[in-house]
Design a protein around this ligand. Sequence first.
Ligand code: GAP
Length: 451
Amino acid sequence: MAENADRMDKIVSLCKRRGFIFQDSEIYGGINGFWDFGPLGVELKNNIKKLWWREIVQKRENIAGIDSSIVHNPKTWEASGHITSFTDPLVDCKACKQRFRADHLAEEQGIAMTELCSTGKCPACGKKELTEPKSFNLMFKTFIGPVEDAASVAYLRPETCQGIFINFDTVRQSARLKLPFGIAQIGKAFRNEVNPRNFIFRSREFEQMELEWFCHPPEFAPDKKPQDWHEYWKTERMAWHLRLGLKENNLRFRDHRADELSHYAEAAVDIEYNFPFGGFKELEGIANRTNYDLRQHSEHSGKDLRYFDEEKKERYFPYVIEPSLGVDRMALAILCDAYDEDEQEGESRVVLRLHPDIAPVRVAIMPLTKDERIVALARSIQTSLLDSGKNVYYDQSGSIGRRYRRQDEIGTPQCITIDFDSLEDNAVTVRDRDTLQQNRISVSEIESFLH
Ligand code: GAP
């Protein structure tokens, strides 16, 4: 346990030191639950999003992408059930005035939530003066226009998928989609979490990558029923995490119990990751949302969102299977999985063993000296790798050993060294982060070698 806490501390400190992730508004003392991604963090996050988009949207003919607004007409949230049901149960301590998640506290103290006010103890001051649990809505409120009254209230979206449901018909028609098909979106979501914690695991502002997979309801399914698609997406999503290099023994599925299902879900499974804090926790959720959302939006908007099945000459609400993954949480799992320490030539080194498609820097270019001819060759290699779409870092300061260590620590898979021999044989040394092997490669072959 202590070892894991130590590992987490090291990851958090590396993230700040090397410009991956740090507290927002730090010069003002920070702001709880909000984080900023620095130069390397933004590259990492962009790579995750790019790979997800490619896998989910671009490689599949029957999935279309959108980018909707963050603020929707507030009726959206009445229809979706978020105004009444997107709540956490909270208790206050009458003695020290602190506020806690009632479900977390009850679980920690091994009692029912209803017993907290009689036998529960405040974890801060130890007094038995907790209130009855009260529901607290997690949506951030704002006002539209200059008047701050009830009529101008709006909400920052707590999940991106409602932007998909409210645009369902427009997107279906414009992209000429036929069941089964999907609509996907990546974007910011906001939740006024009571206890944001564990670095970026639970924050108040984060990004989601969500796919809403619309399929035939059970009674009209020609072959695959919604539960079959649920299985299909479970397999697809787990395979994706493994392809990106997350270790198999750090991943598992967990089915939701009936009492923890969200208000819209008939069944849900989490892909959990074994985080250094507290073990296996939700990384991605895959839910069967039935036809709940389309039916609700039809009722509340008065617009018929049923799908017309030309073969069966029937109109019905499709079912929805939804794989939903947090970008920030994925970045955290990747960093935790990749962090490693080893010894090289008697020196300890920190290394991030990141998949090459995820690493913020794909390759570092290192001229051995500042000799003009060497620098010119290094710069021309840099330009051609940049032109081929790779993120390249140019580093000519410090000893070569120190330069390698700096790149290992940020997960750069390969470093290219250009030396005096390069001027004669037009070849460079490519050093591998994990095997530490050094290969002499001709300049014209660098790209295919990296590929
Ligand atoms: N549309 C369904 C939905 O939003 P969710 O389980 O509440 O479901 C989906 O969220 C994913 O979003 C989670 O699996 C997690 O990766 C991410 N997520 C949710 N709340 C988060 C938070 N407060 N901070 C960071 N990521 C979060």
